[in-house]
Each structure stands twice: as structure tokens, then as C-alpha cells.
Ligand binder design. Structure first.
Ligand SMILES: Cc1cc2nc3c(=O)[nH]c(=O)nc-3n(C[C@H](O)[C@H](O)[C@H](O)COP(=O)(O)OP(=O)(O)OC[C@H]3O[C@@H](n4cnc5c(N)ncnc54)[C@H](O)[C@@H]3O)c2cc1C
Length: 235
């Protein structure tokens, strides 16, 4: 059933996540219900032009606002979104998408890079807030430490949800970084997830990352029907 609808809403907050990403929070229109991991279209007016993109709802259905988190590409939509201020109006249309947490999965592995972490943040927050009995292991790659999105929040979720763990790797570490270094390759996946049996995999991010991780999982013997993907084109 398609329950997507169009709503007029307003910006309530801007959260600068990193030098290359910003979150925008909107009033959640009454009646807008969605599943963790879904996306929506956002329409912004710029002069006579209307700019539209679809972005994951990075908030969780348990939160009172609607949030999206956008990679700052320097292109017109990204610039218009980053220039919003509280009180500005926007049109949103949604929710859409089937990259959502299947509550029947007891043990899941989330894998993502860069901005692709947005649906996984929504799912991890949702699972924690609703005390889902789902074990979640997040593997997340960022270019630099300052580009890690939701890092403090993942630390908090690890403290409050004994079933959640986050494993972050950085490809361009600054001196002093003591965590894992490098891309998400087979060695990193095997180190964090030595046993893939019985686990569901959720992979999201730029197409090159999703394809590379899917190939690694196949090599490790994970059946294709255990892997769900969300591709973020445009990066
Ligand atoms: C399900 C889903 C969820 C998504 N969720 C998010 C999210 O949470 N956060 C997020 O940041 N992004 C998300 N995306 C990606 C998002 O929709 C945009 O594609 C992305 O953010 C880039 O948009 P942009 O306006 O910044 O760049 P764009 O201006 O769209 O540019 C993107 C690419 O297209 C090229 N390009 C642009 N115009 C042309 C042209 N006329 N001809 C040829 N090439 C061109 C650019 O050079 C660039 O490489 C999601 C995508 C999908 C499908």
C-alpha cells in the first residue's frame, strides 16, 4: 500500500555534523508515519526554481521531528539545503522505500561508508528506543575522524543498548587516531564478523562501496537473500 503523501513543513533546527554534511530537522507533520530506514523527497524553492532530491529520513520514528542528513557536494540542492534557517518552509513527500529493519532478524550487521550511514542511524536509534531484541553490529567507514557522522551518538547507543556495537574505520587518519585504519575490506569484515551464519546484512552507501561489500559477503559465503542494499548515487 502506498501511504506516501505530500506535506508542507518548516525547518526547526540545523545540525552541522561534519565539514561535509549537515542535518536539517523539520516539524513532523501530523500523520507522517514512516519506518526506520525509509526516505522522502524534499522540494526547496530557489527563486523561480524548484529543487528536488530524495534523502533518507535519518531520524527515527521514535523521535518527534523529521531529520535528513545531506552530503555537501557544492551543487545547487545541497547549497540550498545547507542555507536553510529555522522557520523556512519546505515540501516533503513520503515515506518511500523498503530498506527497513526486519524485526524478525535477530542478529544483523550494518555496513556503510560516508553519508550512507543515515538509514542505519535511523534503524539503530529505533531499535534502541523500542528495546528491540535485535543484535546490531555496525561497520562504518569515514574518510577522516572529523567526517565520522553520528560518532558521539553511536558511542551513546553502545552504552545504553547492550545489543549494539559500532566499529569505525578511517581511511585518512590524522596523527593520534587509535582506531581502525583503511577501507571496509574482507579482513575488516572477518575481524568484526568472524561468523556470518544466521545473520542479516544491511549495506548502504555510494554504489562502489555497496558493490564492493556485496562481493566480499558473497566470497564469505553469505547468500544473496541475506543482504539488503541501499544505493546512494551522486557521490
Ligand atoms: C534511496 C536513497 C536515499 C538517499 N539518501 C541520501 C541521504 O540520506 N543523504 C544524501 O546526502 N544523499 C542521499 N541520497 C542521494 C541523493 O538523492 C543525491 O543523489 C545526492 O545527495 C547528490 O545530490 P546533489 O544535489 O548534492 O548532487 P547532484 O547535483 O545531483 O550531482 C550528483 C552527481 O550527478 C552529476 N550530475 C549532476 N547534474 C548532471 C547532469 N546534468 N549531467 C550529468 N551529470 C550530472 C554530478 O556531477 C554528480 O556527480 C539518496 C539516494 C537514494 C536513491
Amino acid at each position: 500500500m502506498d501511504i506516501a503523501q505530500e506535506y508542507r513543513t518548516r525547518v526547526t533546527d540545523m545540525v552541522h555534523r561534519s565539514p561535509r554534511a549537515v542535518s536539517v530537522r523539520f516539524e513532523r507533520p501530523p500523520g507522517f508515519s514512516y519506518l526506520a530506514g525509509q526516505f522522502m523527497f524534499i522540494e526547496l524553492k530557489r527563486g523561480t526554481e524548484t529543487l528536488t532530491r530524495h534523502l533518507t529520513i535519518s531520524s527515527s520514528p521514535t523521535e518527534p521531528f523529521l531529520e535528513v542528513t545531506k552530503g555537501l557536494t557544492g551543487h545547487p540542492f545541497a547549497d540550498a539545503l545547507a542555507a536553510l534557517v529555522p522557520g523556512d518552509e519546505a515540501t516533503v513527500r513520503g515515506p518511500y522505500g523498503i530498506f527497513t529493519l526486519d524485526a524478525r532478524d535477530e542478529d544483523v550487521v550494518f555496513i556503510s561508508g560516508g553519508i550512507g550511514v543515515t538509514p542505519l542511524r535511523s534503524m539503530a536509534r529505533y531499535a534502541t528506543d523500542t528495546r528491540l531484541l535485535t543484535r546490531i553490529t555496525l561497520l562504518y567507514s569515514a574518510r577522516t575522524e572529523e567526517e565520522i557522522l553520528f560518532g558521539k551518538e553511536f558511542d551513546e547507543l553502545q552504552r545504553t543498548n547492550p545489543l549494539f556495537s559500532a566499529h569505525v574505520t578511517v581511511t585518512q587518519p590524522a596523527p593520534g587516531w587509535t582506531g581502525h585504519v583503511g577501507r571496509i575490506d574482507r579482513a575488516f569484515v572477518e575481524k568484526v564478523v568472524p561468523d556470518v551464519r544466521g545473520r542479516g546484512f544491511y549495506v548502504s552507501g555510494p554504489p562502489a562501496l555497496v558493490d564492493a561489500v556485496t562481493a566480499i559477503l558473497r566470497e564469505m559465503g553469505v547468500a544473496d537473500d541475506r543482504v539488503r542494499h541501499e544505493y546512494f548515487p551522486g557521490y
